[in-house]
Design a protein around this ligand. Sequence first.
Ligand code: PLP
Length: 455
Amino acid sequence: MEKKEELKLYEEWDKRYFWHPFTQMKVYEEEENVIVERGEGVYIYDIYGNKYLDGVASLWCNVHGHNHPKLNQAVIEQTKKIAHFTTLGASNIPAIKFAKRIVDITPKKLQHVFYSEDGSEAMEIAIKIAYHYWHNKGEKEKNKFITLSEAYHGDTIGSVSVGGINIFHEKYKPLLFDVYKMPSPYLEAVKKVGREKALEYKTTKLLIEEVEDFVFHLHQEIAGFVLEAGVQGAAGILPFPEGYLKEIRRICDEYNILMIVDEVATGFGRSGKMFACEKEGVEPDIMALGKGITGGYLPLAATLVSDDIYKEFLGEFGEAKHFYHGHTYTGNPIACNVALANLDVFEEENTLEKLQPKIKLLEERLKEFWELKHVGDVRQFGFMAGVELVKDKEKNEPFPYGERTGFKVAKSMLKKGIWVRPLGDVMVIMPPLVIKEEELNYFIDSLKESIKELE
Ligand code: PLP
């Protein structure tokens, strides 16, 4: 078979057999799609050799670029030893070493690591641990969670239960457990004080009164307060006002509630710090990590817990206090070896230091979007940004959902050599951390141009 025919066949099979995640397959089948063959740094190449800048860091997880020699080496080295052996009752060196290393660099309070394969599972584990912790302590009435509207913690039943994006939540409602929901900090702040003052500390004080009032009345039944680490990512990059995370920590301390922080999207440099919690000096009781944990190479996630929590699970076998969770690939040694190499590269390449001027550049250049006719809001959190498209700026009127305006802009970006995936009508800027300033400038110029094409 000729090469061209073979590639056409793959395109056909892709549409016929491969059901893609979060994808309307009817639309996918009608469109031309990128089938990725390889990657190099911040670029991906499709099967026809077309080159695209990876504008979303392979859905927010790539850190040091694709095809990184050190990360490749970590995969190869471990594969030559053993690809996998169960960690139910056995262990492996990379998983042991990474557990020690991640405990060393996360907030001090977090002392123990439970592995999993992706962010959703890390959050499932966080919720199960929190629930089980109070159970083991004999405080069984503490079995409910407080969560935030617009939150995203994954797509499994437990993680959707603590999520708050309506389109996902409503669909599966009969399958979900009940939670108490507080307003999305950003959206509530905009409603109360307007966009310009939304992120100020004073706004936090206003929002927190309502949260504290709620907690005051119900804290006896609350196991944990679940929230993202300073920004609601999947909701469209909605940052928390200054001090919000810290105030939630104070409330959790005061009312004996576990603080469960989801750093799946923000962890490993995306916020500008290694972990977003560091920005406000917050130490959660439980922290979920995923995405960038292997630099975007392999599926690995982790749930870190305090010593106090861990100890509540200790006991004689017959007491049945131990944690009932664990998958076939929990603590996979190849993934853990890459996770170790990911941290090495952070140190060797001064990734975080080099990121700081790029965060500033992004901040400066984002201001230009306000001039555009169809931009209703522009938001940034570290090295992640969202540009919200609206039909009518004055009335803050969105484009109709079915028009897929965000995807139209994404298609135009593809023609300019940049692969992006919008969140509805929010254009996301989230390239690998190692992108160069000139590449970031090209990204922003192209996005501006593509949005202007809507006029
Ligand atoms: N938590 C947050 C904050 C996320 O942004 C995501 C994914 O976008 C998840 C959890 C779920 O992670 P995964 O897609 O790896 O299951």
